[in-house]
Design a protein around this ligand. Structure first.
Ligand code: 13P
Length: 249
């Protein structure tokens, strides 16, 4: 079956200092010797993007940011723009992660503005959506995710390369992975919304699953229809675990 190119992306979140580059190097070296069947990316904290790019060069691991501001530049203390990420060596950027939506009050409209900024800077956005446990238990998961998608994905994405990550909030960092049947239902729903909203590019965009993906559950999760890869948190911090997931894809 030909489908979108699958991506295994590691989100280091607020973890990692210079020493952690050894883990990134170990991933790149293993993939240089035995290439992966998928695209592989690491998204370290902003402070490590340039250093990781220098350490890995033009090898098999792409580098991404974890967020960017919607404006190109200006008086936004502490923020990083999409241009700055590109300049530092990033090709991708995670946007709308549930931790930013919950802890930094990011709205769908703000996420959409960031997506536009990322595209203007030549970055490929990985746009995150996902329901909370209360929303799932209330039977609203698909409705919530559809609403997030429609409001977070600007029309500007038509014709552009991007990915969506479905990350149920209750599965992040909890060791609890969604059931394959629930992942299949949600990913099919996301595909239908993307195709309706964005045409061909909505048909082509990989839909990643995220939430407690580990080497032990990766093969099962990645074999679910319409799962186009994984967005991996904790298990991307150790080369051996991350490689276990990449090899399962
Ligand atoms: P964990 O893999 O640690 O559950 O994190 C998932 C995630 O939030 C990736 O963006």
């Amino acid at each position: 079956m030909t489908g979108p190119t699958r991506i295994i992306a590691g989100n280091w979140k607020m973890n990692g200092t210079g020493e952690s580059l050894d883990e990134a190097r170990a991933v790149a070296e293993a993939l240089a010797q035995s290439p992966a069947a998928v695209r592989v990316a690491l998204c370290p904290p902003a402070t490590l993007i340039w250093r990781m790019k220098e350490a890995l060069g033009a090898g098999p691991v792409e580098i991404g940011g974890q967020d960017c501001h919607a404006e190109r530049e200006g008086a936004y203390t502490g923020d990083v723009s999409a241009e700055m990420l590109t300049d530092a060596g990033a090709r991708l950027v995670i946007l709308g992660h549930s931790e930013r939506r919950a802890m930094h009050g990011e709205t769908d409209a703000f996420v959409a503005a960031k997506v536009r900024a990322a595209l203007s800077a030549g970055l490929e956005p990985i746009i995150c959506v996902g329901e909370t446990l209360a929303e799932r238990e209330a039977g609203q998961a698909e409705q919530i995710v559809e609403r997030q998608l429609l409001a977070s994905l600007p029309e500007a994405l038509a014709g552009q390369a991007f990915a969506v990550a479905y990350e149920p909030v209750w599965a992040i960092g909890t060791g609890r992975v969604a059931e394959p049947a629930d992942i299949a239902t949600m990913h099919a729903h996301i595909r239908a919304v993307l195709a309706r909203h964005l045409g061909d590019s909505g048909d082509r965009a990989p839909i990643l699953y995220g939430g407690s993906v580990k080497p032990s559950n990766a093969a099962e999760t990645l074999s679910v229809p319409e799962v186009g890869g994984a967005l991996v948190g904790g298990a991307s911090l150790k080369a051996s675990d991350f490689l276990g997931i990449i090899r399962a894809a």
